[in-house]
Design a protein around this ligand. Structure first.
Ligand code: SF4
Length: 687
C-alpha cells in the first residue's frame, strides 16, 4: 500500500480535507474550512472506491426495449458519435443537448462547456446547479456585481457574535461548519425546527419558523423594524450603496405585525433579531436553499441582502452576507461554462468581448459560438418534442431523482432518440439510458474544485480507477476525437491551464492559480489575476464589483408560493436533505452504514395532521400533489407545523420526492420551486 494521499471529500461545498489510501481508508485532514473534521458522509466515502456496484464497462442497448449489454469503449464512443452526427445533420446542432453537474471538477465543467459549443455547436447545455445555486447567484450578481457564495473565508465566522441562518440546516448538511459558529448566538429561520434550530435554541438563540414561501415577508418586516427602531446604518448606506429609497417604499408597507399575519413569526421576534444584529460588532446573515428554491427565490435572497446592507454588514470587518453553496463544486461549477448563458471566467455568453476572448483561446471564430440556451428545467421539458433536443448527454447528474416533477422528466427522456449517461454507479437516470459510460470518481482522478468561499482546492488521485473505467475528461476528449474536432486534452492540468487562459480578465479570474502553486500549499481564492497574485480571500472591503463600486438594494415585494393550499391539497410539502445522505443519494444510498440509518423516503408530519389523514406513525403514506404521488413512511414529529410536511429528496422510484414538486420557475434564475407545493396525505394499504 502506498502512502495516503491528501485530497478532499466527494460531497458538499465545505470540501473537508481527507487522507485516502489505496485500500479506500479515509481519515480527516485538517484544512481551514472543515477545521479537521469530517461528517459521517465524508468518513464513509471510502466505501465507494471498491464498491461491488461500480460500473466497469460501457453498456448499450440494441433497441429501446432491449436490456443494456456490455460493449467495448470503441464501439460505444463510435456509436454515440455516429448518432450525434446523424441527428445534427437531420435536425441542426441544437438537436443535441448536454447536462452537467455542480459536482464535476472545474476541469470537467470547463471542457464540457467547450465541447458543447465547439465540438457539437449546440446552445443546449445546462446543469443541475440550476436546481441548487442559481437564485443565490442571480441575487448576488445584482446586489454586489459578482457571485461568490461566501465573499470571505469560512474561518472569519469563528469570531462572529451573531449569525442569522436563513433556510440553512447546516447541522445536517454540513456538520463541521457548526464548529465555526460555536461562539455565535444563532438565529435560525426555517419552517421546520431542524437540528440547526435546536442548536440555536439550546445556545440561547432563536428559531423563527415562517410558513413555507413567506421568508420574503419576514425579511420585509425585519427591514421595517430596523428602520423604525433606528438600527439602520445610514452612513454605510450613503457611502456604499444605492437603491434604499425604492426599497423603503415597499418595506414601509410591511410593519412587523402585518408581516406576522403573513408569515406567522411574532413581530416581537423580528424586532429582537434586528436589535441583536444591530448591537453586535461581528455579525453575519447567511442564506441557503430554503431561501432560494422558490418561484421568487431571487427576490427572497435580495430581501435578506437588503436587510444586511441596511445594517451595514457586507464588506465590513468581521461582518458580512453570504450564501452557503451546496454541491462539492457548486461554486466552480457555475463559473466555467456549463451553464446555458455562460462562458469561462463567469463571462456572459451574449457579451461580444467575452465571446471574442474565449473564442481566441479556443481557436475559433466568435460568431461560431452559439448563444444562450435553455435552462435546466426548460431543457428537460423540451426533450424529444417540437424543436427540442433529440439527444442528451448527461455527466454527473441524476435527473430522474433531482429534477422537479420527475414523472414528466421520465416521459421526456423516453421520447429521446438517444440518451447517454456517464456515471460511476448504475443510478436511476443511467437505467433509462441507451448508452452508459463508466467513469472515474473523486479519489481516482486529479483536478480542482472551488469551495463555498471561492478557494480553489486540489483533488488528487489516491486509487487507480478499476480496469475498464475512464475519466470524464477522457470521455469528452474521446467523443471530440470521434467527431473529428481537435483541441480537447484529457490531461487535467492541461485542461486547467486552458481554463486559466479562458478565465483571464473575467469576474472569476483563475489565471494566477496553477497546480504548482496549489501543490506548494498556497491558499488561493479567486479572483487571482496573475502568477504572483496572492488571491482574494475577502471581497468588498473597499468597493463592490459594480462599476461605481456601490452595492445595489433592490426593491422586492412578497407574492407567496406559486401553488397555494386549497381544500383538495390542504398541506404544504417542503423538501430537503437529511444528515446521512447527499443530493440524489446515488453515492450515499450505496454506503451500508448510511443506508441503514436512512433506508427510505419518510414524510415528517405533526401527529395531529397525520391523524386527520388517518395515518399512524410508521405507516406507508402517499403524498399527493397535482403532478404525482410519492410513497413515504410516516414519521410523527411534534415540532412540525400543522400545515406542513417534509419529504427528503434523496430517493428514486416511487419514493422520489420530486414526483410531487412544482416545476414553476423563478423569472430571473429559472430555479424551480422545490421548497413549497400543495399536497394531501393518503393512507396506503400495504400487502
Ligand atoms: Fe465535509 Fe461536506 Fe464531506 Fe461532510 S459531506 S465531510 S461536511 S465536505
Amino acid at each position: 500500500m502506498t502512502a495516503p494521499v491528501a485530497t478532499h471529500c466527494p460531497y458538499c461545498a465545505l470540501q473537508c480535507g481527507q487522507w485516502v489510501d489505496t485500500a479506500g481508508n479515509v481519515r480527516a485532514r485538517a484544512v481551514r474550512t472543515g477545521g479537521g473534521g469530517l461528517c459521517q458522509k465524508g468518513w464513509t466515502a471510502g466505501t465507494l472506491l471498491h464498491h461491488p456496484q461500480r460500473l466497469t464497462t460501457p453498456l448499450m442497448r440494441a433497441r429501446r426495449d432491449a436490456p443494456l449489454a456490455a460493449a467495448g469503449w470503441d464501439a460505444a464512443l463510435g456509436h454515440v458519435a455516429g448518432r450525434l452526427l446523424a441527428l445534427r445533420t437531420e435536425h441542426g446542432p441544437d438537436a443535441v443537448a448536454v447536462f452537467g453537474a455542480g459536482g464535476l471538477t472545474n476541469e470537467k465543467a470547463y471542457l464540457l462547456g467547450k465541447f458543447a459549443r465547439v465540438a457539437l455547436g449546440t446552445s443546449q447545455i445546462d446543469y443541475n446547479g440550476r436546481f441548487c445555486m442559481s437564485s443565490a447567484a442571480a441575487a448576488g450578481n445584482r446586489a454586489f456585481g459578482v457571485d461568490r457564495g461566501l465573499p470571505f473565508p469560512v474561518s472569519d465566522l469563528d469570531g462572529a457574535q451573531v449569525v442569522v441562518l436563513v433556510g440553512a440546516n447546516v447541522a445536517e448538511t454540513m456538520p463541521p461548519l457548526m464548529g465555526h459558529l460555536a461562539r455565535a448566538r444563532l438565529v435560525v429561520v426555517d419552517p421546520r425546527r431542524t437540528p440547526t434550530a435546536e442548536r440555536a435554541l439550546t445556545g440561547g438563540g432563536l428559531h423563527l419558523g415562517p410558513a413555507p414561501g413567506t421568508d420574503l415577508a419576514l425579511a420585509l418586516g425585519m427591514l421595517h423594524a430596523a428602520v423604525v427602531d433606528g438600527h439602520v446604518d445610514t452612513g454605510y448606506l450613503a457611502a456604499r450603496t444605492t437603491g434604499f429609497d425604492d426599497v423603503w417604499r415597499v418595506a414601509a408597507q410591511w410593519w412587523p405585525e402585518r408581516a406576522e399575519r403573513v408569515c406567522g413569526v411574532p413581530a416581537a421576534d423580528m424586532r429582537a433579531v434586528v436589535a441583536l444584529l444591530a448591537a453586535a460588532e461581528r455579525r453575519y446573515v447567511l442564506t441557503a436553499r430554503g431561501t432560494e428554491q422558490h418561484s421568487r427565490g431571487v427576490d427572497t435572497v435580495s430581501a435578506w441582502i437588503n436587510l444586511a446592507l441596511a445594517l451595514g454588514l457586507p464588506g465590513s470587518p468581521g461582518s458580512g452576507f453570504g450564501t452557503i453553496t451546496g454541491q462539492g463544486n457548486g461554486q466552480g461549477g457555475r463559473e466555467h461554462g456549463q451553464k446555458a448563458d455562460q462562458l469561462p471566467g463567469y463571462r456572459h455568453i451574449a457579451d461580444p468581448a467575452a465571446r471574442a476572448h474565449v473564442a481566441g483561446v479556443w481557436g475559433v471564430e466568435p460568431d461560431s459560438l452559439p448563444g444562450p440556451g435553455r435552462s435546466a428545467t426548460e431543457l428537460l421539458a423540451a426533450l424529444g418534442r417540437g424543436g427540442g433536443p433529440r439527444a442528451l448527454l448527461v455527466f454527473g447528474s441524476n435527473v430522474l431523482v433531482s429534477a422537479p416533477d420527475t414523472g414528466a422528466v421520465a416521459e421526456r427522456l423516453a421520447a429521446l432518440d438517444l440518451l447517454v449517461v456517464a456515471d460511476v454507479f448504475p443510478g436511476e437516470t443511467a437505467g433509462a439510458a441507451d448508452v452508459v459510460l463508466p467513469v472515474a470518481q473523486w479519489a481516482e482522478e486529479e483536478g480542482t474544485v472551488t469551495n463555498l468561499e471561492g478557494r480553489v482546492l486540489r483533488r488528487r488521485r489516491a486509487v487507480r480507477p478499476p480496469p475498464g473505467v475512464r475519466t470524464d475528461l477522457e470521455v469528452v476528449a474521446g467523443l471530440a476525437g470521434e467527431l473529428g474536432v481537435p483541441g480537447f486534452p484529457a490531461d487535467p492540468e492541461a485542461v486547467f491551464d486552458e481554463l486559466r487562459a479562458a478565465s483571464a480578465g473575467g469576474p472569476a479570474d483563475y489565471s494566477g492559480v496553477s497546480y504548482s502553486r496549489l501543490d506548494a500549499g498556497e491558499v488561493l481564492h479567486w479572483p487571482c489575476p496573475g502568477d504572483g497574485h496572492p488571491g482574494t480571500p475577502r471581497l468588498f472591503a473597499d468597493r463592490f464589483a459594480h462599476p461605481d463600486g456601490r452595492a445595489r438594494l433592490v426593491a422586492v415585494d412578497h407574492t407567496g408560493p406559486a401553488e397555494p393550499v386549497d381544500a383538495e391539497y390542504p398541506l404544504y410539502a417542503t423538501t430537503g436533505r437529511v444528515l446521512v445522505h447527499y443530493q440524489s443519494g446515488a453515492q450515499t444510498r450505496r454506503v451500508a452504514e448510511l443506508a441503514e440509518i436512512a433506508p427510505e423516503t419518510v414524510v415528517e408530519v405533526h401527529p395531529d395532521t397525520a391523524a386527520r389523514a388517518g395515518l399512524a406513525d410508521g405507516e406507508q403514506a402517499r403524498v399527493v400533489s397535482r403532478r404525482g404521488a410519492v410513497l413515504a413512511r410516516v414519521r410523527y414529529l411534534a415540532s412540525m407545523r400543522l400545515d406542513t410536511v417534509f419529504v427528503p429528496f434523496h430517493f428514486g422510484g416511487e419514493g422520489a420526492a420530486n414526483l410531487v414538486t412544482n416545476p414553476v420557475l423563478d423569472p430571473v434564475s429559472r430555479m424551480p420551486e422545490f421548497k413549497v407545493c400543495a399536497v394531501r396525505l393518503e393512507p396506503v394499504v400495504e400487502p
